[in-house]
Ligand binder design. Structure first.
Ligand code: NAG
Ligand code: NAG
Ligand code: NAG
Length: 626
């Protein structure tokens, strides 16, 4: 088995071109094959505008244009096999990369580039909903781009002209697949999100499934239900949809496609259903296949019944988004792989990047700084770097610069690692895509201010009146702890071969959440660091065989002490925080013994964390890369 894997690596070891100029080339690695069924799916989620691919990571260096070429070949393969292929996207397409965040208005190039891909089922994530602007853009741009393929089962829009509440897109979609005529009823859900701007309304999923239209739709007796959603596959909202369908229809297969938590994962709710989650940032293209679908009504022009197999059987794979793998799965090479449409899209990305000046270098990062691949606190943690180096330099109000201050930021505001080497304008947006500025409460007694961070970081669900759920403050991978039954596996000791240390991974289930590798040096066996997913199905879901990478937990929030006296603690401090944290601050201060209200909060200084980060890097890392 392993030998044939290695043979695969040898055959395709020839150099291959990456799509965006300057991106690293993919690296050969042992591969696992995709299993095709009657119906097959390619799934993206939480792409967060990473349409350029990852410039410095060989495993993920293909761009959106390459994905278009890939899917065109896969559709052709499906046709040749007499099977069907559907493409799915489950939201959070925006916010997280310069191609969306750096243009004015935002997404000036993003929406059109994205729409070059033909997606069969698409829905909305929470990131499309933070700003009234991006909600409007979904309504007047993305939905027209994808027409009847766009589904929002529990999301409404307030029409700015009439003030009326209307479904953001159609509630569900009923259609037949092209080749086999499989009848599908499909839904598109968003988790019970509450942080949306006021021109949208998210209906709790438990209410939606009671509505007449939903109850009618699940009586349709299709050959298959396809539930897509910006929902973690272990979150309650998908369970709710599953139970509602099963109450009405006990045996029609159901395919679930989820996201939001930025992880690779798969869960089988029963023997006739499978749910997969396909990662983040165009690192992962999820694959699902279903065989043994029983057709309840034969296709119109079909005389004979489709062969009825025992089933259904589901398979899944997580495809690393790089050209090496795309060639491997399609049997093509650098000459035969790129399609006209794919190349056109890669060119659109390249042009947008040039216009937006995304390759502009602010400086050279002297070392790697990790979100979760290094312990926090620690010298390789991006959060320790922020606390000790960046925040003390940038959190300055010139009229109050002599006042000691505590500056608090939430870890979820940081979205990506810093790699040693050139640090570009694009990188500022991948690391810090949000537009949070700084606010503060002046002159808070130190003993009160100092208690706030502990409340924000409390793990157990303490009850503090008015305090919103603190899980929303951390990175997506840590927002929803996995259920206890999965935590029963014993802790594993993993050897980090790179630095020669032995790390005790406290929680094996946590360690599998986000595993990503840029180290492509590999061993003699050609295996290098990357995703090594263990889901409910098995340990071999990744299409590429990798060595595992360590994962370390981070708190919800970090805090820098700035301008403190040499000895002892100050009497009062300015409590400075990212404005995203405002809903938590007053309840946390109250609980700590401070009677403050929203009117005590004032802007602290001009500019966003992203601006400050870019300036700091320009000032401190200005040397050329060696
Ligand atoms: C869509 O809405 C946004 C935000 O209101 C607006 O800026 C944009 O011009 C609109 N686009 C179209 C095509 O109507
Ligand atoms: C949403 O909030 C804004 C700003 O507070 C307000 O101007 C607008 O009228 C509100 N829109 C709706 C639909 O409630
Ligand atoms: C790519 O495949 C084609 C068709 O099989 C073959 O003719 C060609 O030589 C290959 N090119 C490379 C660079 O391997």
């Amino acid at each position: 088995m392993l030998e044939s894997l290695f043979l695969g690596a040898l055959i395709a070891a020839a150099a291959v071109e990456a799509a965006q100029p300057g991106a690293v080339k993919p690296v050969a690695a042992p591969m696992r094959d995709l299993t095709w069924g009657q119906l097959n799916f390619l799934h993206t989620t939480d792409t967060h505008a990473w349409l350029s691919g990852h410039f410095l990571e060989p495993s993920f260096s293909a761009d959106w244009g390459d994905y278009i070429s890939f899917s065109q070949h896969m559709r052709k393969l499906a046709d040749d096999k007499g099977a069907d292929l559907l493409l799915i996207d489950t939201g959070d397409r925006i916010e997280g990369s310069g191609i969306y965040d750096s243009s004015i208005p935002k997404g000036l190039y993003q929406y059109d580039i994205y729409a070059q891909q033909k997606i069969d089922l698409i829905t909305t994530g929470n990131h499309e909903l933070y700003k009234a602007y991006s909600i409007d853009m979904e309504h007047n741009t993305t939905i027209p781009n994808f027409k009847e393929n766009y589904i929002t089962s529990n999301l409404d829009y307030i029409d700015p002209k009439t003030g009326k509440r209307v479904p953001q897109a159609q509630r569900y979609r009923k259609f037949k697949t092209k080749n086999l005529g499989i009848n599908i009823v499909s839904f598109g859900f968003l988790f019970d999100f509450t942080g949306n701007a006021n021109n949208s309304i998210v209906q709790p999923v438990a209410d939606t499934v009671k509505e007449d239209w939903f109850q009618e739709a699940i009586k349709e007796k299709p050959d298959l239900f396809v539930v897509i959603g910006h929902v973690g596959v272990r979150m309650e909202e998908f369970r709710t949809v599953f139970k509602a369908i099963r109450k009405e229809d006990w045996d029609t297969p159901i395919a679930f496609f989820g996201g939001h938590l930025h992880i690779r994962d798969a869960v089988s709710y029963d023997s006739k259903s499978l749910a997969i989650a396909s990662g983040r940032y165009l690192e992962t293209i999820g694959w699902m296949s279903i065989d043994g679908i029983v057709k309840k009504q034969p296709k119109d022009d079909e005389n004979e019944e489709v062969e009825i197999k025992k089933g259904p059987t589901f398979t899944r794979k997580y495809i690393d988004n790089n050209l090496y793998g795309m060639y491997y799965h399609t049997g093509l090479n650098e000459t035969t792989f790129p399609t006209k449409e794919g190349q056109k899209t890669s060119k659109m990305i390249e042009n947008a990047r040039k216009t937006l000046n995304l390759g502009h270098r602010y400086g050279c990062a002297p070392r790697d700084l990790w979100m979760t691949r290094a312990p926090y606190p620690g010298k390789d943690s991006i959060y320790t770097w922020l606390e000790e180096e960046v925040l003390p330099d940038v959190v300055v109000n010139k009229d109050r610069k002599d006042k000691p201050r505590l500056a608090i930021a939430n870890t979820g505001g940081i979205r990506f690692d810093v790699f040693k080497g050139p640090f570009t304008r694009d990188d500022t947006f991948t690391v810090s895509p949000f537009t949070s500025g700084f606010r503060y409460v002046p002159d808070v007694p130190y003993e009160i201010a100092a208690k706030v961070i502990g409340l924000l970081n409390s793990q157990s669900r303490i009850f503090v009146a008015g305090l919103p759920d603190t899980r929303q403050l951390t990175i997506p991978q840590l927002m929803y702890p996995r259920p206890k039954y999965l935590d029963e596996t014993e802790a594993e000791t993993e050897v980090d071969t790179e630095v020669g240390t032995v790390e005790q991974v406290e929680d094996e289930t946590e360690a599998r959440l986000e595993l990503r590798g840029m180290d492509a040096s590999g061993d003699n066996d050609g295996i290098f660091g990357g995703y090594t997913t263990k889901d409910d199905i098995s340990k071999d879901g990744d299409d590429t065989v990798h060595k595992p990478i360590d994962f370390y937990s981070v708190p919800n929030c970090i805090q820098a002490e700035i301008g403190f006296p040499e000895e002892g603690k100050p009497k009062t401090v300015d409590l400075v925080f990212l404005d995203f944290l405002q809903p938590w601050m007053i309840p946390a201060l109250k609980f700590s013994g401070g009677d403050y209200s929203a009117k005590d909060i004032e802007p602290y200084m001009e500019g966003t964390l992203t601006d400050k980060l870019a300036n700091w890097i320009g000032d401190n890392w200005k040397d050329e890369c060696k």
